[in-house]
Design a protein. Structure first.
Length: 197
């Protein structure tokens, strides 16, 4: 689906709980194993899983959109939605200038993708990429020079989207999730530059 066919709009961040209507669950049939090279760089190598499963971030305790307003001050955050044919088919939530949010590293020139979701029937049609580009523009409008996002090695589709969109894999932490010892935290970053006028 081309950007021209997707209507991306800024929504009221107070409506963040409503994005839970867009399923975020995905099938895990492959994972990425992390290779660390001598020069410090990281590479991801896809490997099949012995038994596929469904990963649903919204089912993890404390991780559903309805609770984010209680956990964080969302007043500086941005919520963008993607619509097609009058229906919301995707969204991206961008965190910015929020005290205590580790992913922001205490910086005001850094924004972070907190949540990116596209309806299952609309996936692999360019909507995630369009939402990422809109999130970059939003972050630039706030004076940010960098955008980051956290995902896991079980989310192969997201990792491929971030790599294709120009994000660089900055770090991998196999011990980040004690409750999910088989998952590795991946942090991706992208330098932001303004397009020439």
């Amino acid at each position: 689906m081309a950007d021209a066919l997707v209507d991306i709009r800024q929504a009221d961040v107070a409506m963040v709980a409503a994005i839970a209507e867009i399923p975020i669950a995905f099938d895990v049939e492959r994972i990425f194993e992390v290779e660390r090279h001598a020069d410090g760089s990281l590479a991801l190598v896809a490997a099949p899983v012995s038994r596929p499963w469904v990963k649903d971030y919204d089912r993890i305790e404390g991780n559903a959109p309805a609770g984010w307003g209680e956990q964080f001050d969302l007043s500086n955050w941005g919520l963008l939605t993607a619509g097609a044919d009058g229906h919301v088919i995707g969204s991206v939530l961008i965190a910015f200038d929020t005290r205590g949010l580790e992913l922001l590293e205490g910086r005001r020139d850094l924004a972070a993708i907190w949540d990116l979701r596209v309806r299952p029937e609309a996936r692999r049609q360019g909507i995630g990429g369009a939402l990422l580009r809109a999130a970059e523009r939003w972050a630039l409008s706030k004076g940010c020079s960098e955008l980051s996002v956290e995902t896991q090695n079980v989310n192969v589709g997201a990792c491929r989207l971030y790599a294709k969109s120009g994000f660089r894999l900055r770090s991998a932490d196999a011990a980040a999730y004690p409750e999910f010892p088989d998952e590795t935290q991946l942090i991706w970053t992208k330098r932001l530059t303004r397009a020439p006028a």
